[in-house]
Design a protein around this ligand. Sequence first.
Ligand code: NI
Length: 175
Amino acid sequence: MIREVLRMGDARLLRVARPVEAFDTPELHALLADMRDTMTHLDGAGLAAPQIGVDLRVVIFGCEANPRYPQAAPVPFTVLVNPELTPLGDEEEDDWEGCLSVPGMRGLVPRFARLRYAGFDERGGRIDRVVEGFHARVVQHECDHLDGILYPMRIRDLRLFGFTDVLNIPAVVDE
Ligand code: NI
C-alpha cells in the first residue's frame, strides 16, 4: 500500500527511531511492502520507516541505472534493519541530494566517501558491506532519517540549497 510521506516540519521526522526486536514477522513484512510500494510510486532511491511515520530503524534503498540520473550509479535493492555505519577514512565528497520529505528542493551535502555498513535483512540475516560513492551516500542519507536528521541539516553552505526548478544542476534522485 502506498503511504503518505511526511514532510519536513513534522515532528515525527525528528525522533530517534527504535530498534526492531523481532524479525520475519507479518508486521515487519507488511511495513516493508508499504515502504517498497511508496518508494517505487514516488520514483525514489531510498526510504526510511520514519518517513511514513513508523518509529523503527528500518530503511530500504536501491536504484537501477537510469538515464535521468546519470550520476546515480546502480545500487542493489536492499532492506536494512538496525543498521550500523562505520566510515572508512576521513575523505568526504560533496554531491547534490534530494529527499522525498523535502519535495521540490535540492542541496549540496558532504558525505563520507567510503564506509562499511552492517545490519540485518527482514528475516534477520546478517548484512555487512563496504561501499563507496553513490551507494555510500544513499545509506548515509537513509540512516540519518533514523536519527531524526534531514539532509538540509548537513548542508554547510546554505547558498547551495534551493528549489529544483531554479537550481541549474543535473537531475538528482530523491532519497
Ligand atoms: Ni530522505
